[in-house]
Write a protein that binds this ligand. Structure first.
Ligand code: FEO
Length: 175
């Protein structure tokens, strides 16, 4: 049995994950527009992964007899200063998402909601991974400095990222 408060907070998290997807698609579009095709690919994949995060919460609510309710998604910014700026904003954003996930875990513990706590463990691990990936990219960008040659190489490396649909989300709506 899931509480109303947990249901409302998970619904807010669905919106936060969908906003994350919107934000990363905006980065992807801007990167593509400025010729950073590898960066565009990296953010495109990142946006798709965020969609799957939203689906995980959506499926969870529907699977526990509740109702995933979709709210309006805020408009993301459309232009950015540089590649480094986009990744700095990404790290800032992911840290905010980590705080939201931690709040959800705190609520699950407080409510002795073991099912939600178990479901949230996947997200706890995912946030560690997400922050690390972006921190690594920022480290390379800082090492590379302002020269375009190194930037080109990093952009090329980022372009190798591929989206893989998690098998547990590939089938029915409430898998
Ligand atoms: Fe869904 Fe990037 O956190």
């Amino acid at each position: 049995m899931i509480s109303k408060k947990m249901t409302v907070t998970i619904n807010q998290q669905i919106n936060a994950e969908l906003y994350s997807a919107y934000l990363y698609f905006a980065f992807s579009s801007y990167a593509s527009h400025t010729g950073l095709t590898g960066t565009a690919t990296w953010f495109w994949v990142q946006g798709q992964e965020e969609m799957t995060h939203a689906w995980r919460f959506y499926n969870y609510l529907n699977n526990v007899g509740e109702h995933a309710v979709l709210d309006a998604i805020a408009k993301p910014p459309a232009t950015f200063k540089s590649m480094q700026h986009m990744f700095e904003e990404t790290l800032k954003h992911e840290r905010k998402v980590t705080a939201l996930i931690n709040n959800l875990v705190n609520l699950a513990v407080q409510e002795k909601d073991h099912a939600s706590r178990e479901m949230l463990q996947w997200f706890v691990k995912e946030q560690v991974e997400e922050e690390k990936n972006v921190t690594d990219i920022l480290g390379k960008l800082k090492l590379a400095g302002p020269g375009n040659g190194a930037l080109f190489l990093i952009d090329k490396e980022l372009g190798a990222r591929v989206f893989v649909m998690p098998l547990d989300l590939a089938g029915a709506a409430t898998a």
